[in-house]
Design a protein around this ligand. Sequence first.
Ligand SMILES: C[S@@+](CC[C@H](N)C(=O)[O-])C[C@H]1O[C@@H](n2cnc3c(N)ncnc32)[C@H](O)[C@@H]1O
Length: 326
Amino acid sequence: MRRSSAGASPPSPRRWPDLPARDPERGPVPSVGETVAALTRRLTAAGVPSPRVDAELLVRHVLGWSRAALLTRAGEPLPRPVATSLDELGARRAAREPLQLLLGVVGFRRLELAVRPGVFIPRPETEVLAGEAAARTPAGGVVVEVCTGGGAVACAVAHESEARLVIATDASADAVALARENAARCGLGVTVLHGHLLEPLPGRLRGGVDVLVSNPPYVAAGELAGLEPEVRDWEPVTALVAGPTGHELSDALIAAAPAWLRTGGWLLLEVDSSRAPDVARRCLSAGLTDATIVPDLTGRDRVVLARAGPGAARSGWPPGQDGSAD
Ligand SMILES: C[S@@+](CC[C@H](N)C(=O)[O-])C[C@H]1O[C@@H](n2cnc3c(N)ncnc32)[C@H](O)[C@@H]1O
């Protein structure tokens, strides 16, 4: 709808949302709906993958509106101060800064978590990993999440299971701080430790872990340049790249799993879809059983599960590669 500039004083936008709105000093102002459309065009031109959704979320963010409010109040004029901050956010999104960093929060399963530059942003596909981990956590069980980032998986499992103990680790001090903040924000009892893979864990947990879950870095070094700008330019490289093959950290966790899991306990790994069958085979080679591949919400192979059988090699595989210290 186009607005006419006729009329000296602005009508109440609530009573006549389809009538012209006018800023007394600077002329006509666009409606909220027109603003969404204009921002969608700007983001489309910048190559943003979901321009309409992002435009709506940014407009709702600056207005503090629900989705229902955006639908029913689209004819209202956009307040000037909001227009200024929206313009700045739109420019940042057009420059491919991740939407979640602009919003400051992300929804993950049933939780709302804080996000910050320098710590990996939880992705929707990882919700599958968290759900599978929660479903395999027995009441009173022990859960370890390695490579927790901002704590999304550990928090979701603590929220959705009756675990006795949820411990998370990360090599990044910024990630550890954010994971602790998110656990507190959600009122969840998650212990977050700083260090390499399983090294920070107390040795008494060896052989007693029910669920060992991780979304480790799994990009091969040569694949980095081909990632979306939001990932390549904004996520820490240490959160993405595992090494030359992409298998390096998942291999270390597969090697460590038999020593830490109790018999029947589960290892769950998020993987690159192209490497899922290979990761499942590596689990079996390490003495784990029941290797299974679970697709993500888009149908891509995303999670590999395997469990510690009675005969699992407690010394780890390959020998001396279990990435842990007592
Ligand atoms: C892909 S991100 C996953 C973050 C979070 N679990 C999620 O799914 O949103 C990988 C995380 O592994 C951490 N990391 C990388 N190398 C590590 C290592 N050797 N030991 C522990 N954490 C590591 C990074 O700091 C990063 O937070």
